[in-house]
Design a binder for this molecule. Structure first.
Ligand code: PT1
Length: 284
């Protein structure tokens, strides 16, 4: 199965690793943005050397309780890193909910828009539709990052996530964005309890009936902290276990901080013939 993006048709017959590049200000440097841009670009190069198949560049945190940054600020953080990373030879994804950031990034040549709000912001659909080859990741989120962890409740979390992603896929289709450009993400940690997140892992194959590849982001998240009792800096083993479990359950893109370790883990599973898992038939 291929994922069509601006410059690359990404073969998802084997699971791919998306390396996370956060472009947020370094509180220890007062030298303006150059130091932050340079550090982010070094990180991009390192992740590619470690085997990342895709880089996901983000200038606004979406962790629970995070506050949003202005459009100008986000552009100033992300665009110089995007420009510098375009020559690295891997697809570049921009992690943003802002239509203006999507447009400016796609104009510069970004390959993918990764939107935790699934193109629900006014103007977001048009921004992506204006670039006929650009890829998209649509993610499920209940509420917004500032408030999403306030007692999330679902009738059936998997049904609700599946219904939401199916509806967004239809809305994108109506806006002229072909399904071949889209991957889907249940949004681990976005308005979900520990049990909800674990149920999404256990029942992840039910989301494959949507007929598009799944992207999963478990890396270092608080559900892994709840399960292991470990702080965010000590969640590598838990993150690897979650990434492999997600891959076994059919995930085709894994969004991770620790690229070397994830690539090695996938190599072992691949060598044993355990990956990829067979596709389940699409819905009629
Ligand atoms: C994700 C994701 C993302 N996660 C996609 N984009 C984050 N497509 C940012 C916690 O519970 O899963 N998929 N962009 C990071 N967001 C979180 C959310 C980080 C929850 C941490 C937690 O600790």
């Amino acid at each position: 199965m291929l994922w069509q993006t601006t410059r690359f048709d990404i073969d998802l017959d084997r699971p791919r690793v998306m390396g996370i590049v956060n472009v947020t200000p370094d509180s220890f440097s007062d030298g303006g943005r150059h130091a932050d841009t340079a550090a982010a670009l070094r990180h991009c190069e390192q992740l590619v050397a470690e085997g990342a198949d895709i880089l996901d560049i983000g200038g606004e945190s979406s962790r629970p309780g995070a506050v949003s940054v202005s459009e100008e600020e986000e552009l100033a953080r992300v665009l110089p890193v995007l420009d510098g990373a375009l020559g690295l030879g891997v697809p570049l994804s921009i992690d943003t909910v802002k239509p203006a950031v999507m447009r400016r990034a796609l104009e510069r040549g970004a390959d993918i828009v990764n939107d935790i709000a699934a193109l629900r912001a006014p103007g977001a659909l048009d921004a992506v539709a204006a670039f006929p080859r650009a890829g998209v990741c649509l993610m499920h989120m209940r509420g917004d990052p500032a408030t999403m962890q306030q007692r999330p409740a679902y009738d059936d979390v998997v049904d609700e996530v599946r219904d939401f992603l199916r509806a967004r896929l239809m809305v994108l289709g109506a806006a002229g964005i072909a399904p071949e450009r889209v991957v889907l993400d249940p949004g681990i940690g976005f308005g979900k309890s520990v049990e909800h997140n674990l149920e999404l892992l256990r029942r992840q194959p039910e989301l494959q009936s949507l007929g598009r590849p799944l992207l999963l982001g478990w890396s270092r998240k608080s559900t892994l902290g709840a399960v292991t009792g470990r702080p965010v800096g000590e969640r590598l083993a838990a993150s690897l276990a979650a990434a492999l479990a997600a891959a076994q359950q059919g995930a085709r893109v894994l969004r991770v901080h620790d690229v070397t370790a994830t690539v090695d883990a996938l190599k072992v599973w691949g060598a044993a013939g355990l990956l990829p898992v067979p596709e389940s038939p699409a819905e009629e």
